[in-house]
Design a protein around this ligand. Sequence first.
Ligand SMILES: Cc1cc2nc3c(=O)[nH]c(=O)nc-3n(C[C@H](O)[C@H](O)[C@H](O)COP(=O)(O)OP(=O)(O)OC[C@H]3O[C@@H](n4cnc5c(N)ncnc54)[C@H](O)[C@@H]3O)c2cc1C
Length: 453
Amino acid sequence: MTDKTLHIVGGGMAGSEAAWQAARAGLDVVIHEMRPKVGTFAHQTGKLAEMVCSNSFRSDDDEQNAVGLLHWEMRQAGSLIMQSADRYRLPAGGALAVDREPFSQFVNDTLRALPNVTVTEDEVSSLPDSGHWIFATGPLTSPALGAAIQAETGAERLAFFDAIAPIVYSETIDMDVVWAQSRYDKGDTEDERRAYLNCPMTRDQYEAFIDALLAADKTEFREGETAGYFDGCLPIEVMAERGRETLRHGPMKPVGLTNAHKPDEKPYAVVQLRRDNALGTLYNMVGFQTKMKYGAQTEVFRMIPGLENATFARLGGIHRNTFMNSPTLLDGRMRLRSRPHVRFAGQVTGVEGYVESAAMGLLAGRMAVADMLCTDLSDVPVTTAMGALVHHISGGAEAKTFQPMNVNFGLFPPVEGLKAGRRGRRDRYKAYTDRAKADWQGWLSKAEAPAPA
Ligand SMILES: Cc1cc2nc3c(=O)[nH]c(=O)nc-3n(C[C@H](O)[C@H](O)[C@H](O)COP(=O)(O)OP(=O)(O)OC[C@H]3O[C@@H](n4cnc5c(N)ncnc54)[C@H](O)[C@@H]3O)c2cc1C
């Protein structure tokens, strides 16, 4: 092994893509993958890039959908994960669904056949003091490594569950009903005193909401998923089951708030939304983590006054998921601030999904190449899907409430001069994707891109 050896821990979606990008640029790569010696409750094989659950890469529409755009950007960058997905694509309408076994086999065989890639079956359980490393150990990072990361970063900076509250696009919130105010007007600045958006409910609306919550379809935990579950992150429907008033004394309490539209009417309950990104395009529903099925969530949440026409950047959920508080721990190049020779990539950095994880592997691989070969690599433009994601995890997101995120247009800086609201959506998304494609191509052509395969 030379000092041009890049060690990648975890041969999942992110690790495999990072290895491919680095190997194509000429680095020696060692992938440390603990499977099949050490298993997880979700993986079933010892192959690289195993899909643990659904076989979908979601929408492939690169003009109107942010994940479709991410596919496009990855294809342009010669992604191995996308090559395999395209090769083993199954009919699925506008979605990119793949035949999971040959998909994983192809990634596995392609990487193992490269003369400069070695795959070792070992569990890495500490953070190294030297060398060049990418940790891409995913949502099921082994407990020993999880403990080592916590020892480095502080226990509170590594979570083992995501308790995701739904996130709403701010432009779809009805501001004639909702008002901005922090509880008891707390805060030193006007911005802080108006940091929350409040959706008021009458008693009848609250009772109907509780009935709908109790009746809604829920998903169950998978076996082995619940170890260490819950610490102040009960799903709202579980709170409602404990008593009809529980939510009104918890996340929906109406105290310290005055309805700016109807100052004389005291709301019976209030749903609060808090800004979720610096741009102010996304708001999360405070304390609204849930195991309701996605269809049921949309239906139930649109009963909330002010959210009748809301569209969701992501819906809520609670899952086994190891992820770090990346906005405080990683720099813009995905390096651990406290050990810059160690990068993180994939779902453990707080992105969510096969595609997003592979995308962050692609970037981490290229960033490692630039560091190790001392080549220039400019920052990825935040106007691209890649750039929007990496910017979000490395500082754009609110660190205090950081939860894993799918790629979505709410992460992109707005294109000026376009119509807001639902009507202008098609034009707006097209403008986002056109801008992203031009900027991504510009970045790729400037970057010391590896030669095409
Ligand atoms: C139960 C479950 C269901 C999911 N369903 C979906 C879904 O339907 N769609 C979707 O898009 N996403 C889903 N996800 C999220 C999915 O895991 C990620 O999208 C994707 O796999 C993350 O890629 P990754 O490379 O970050 O992690 P992974 O693909 O999990 O790869 C991480 C790799 O690191 C290895 N590893 C862990 N610790 C160590 C260690 N200490 N030393 C060496 N190797 C180690 C693991 O064995 C694994 O191979 C699901 C996750 C879980 C847990």
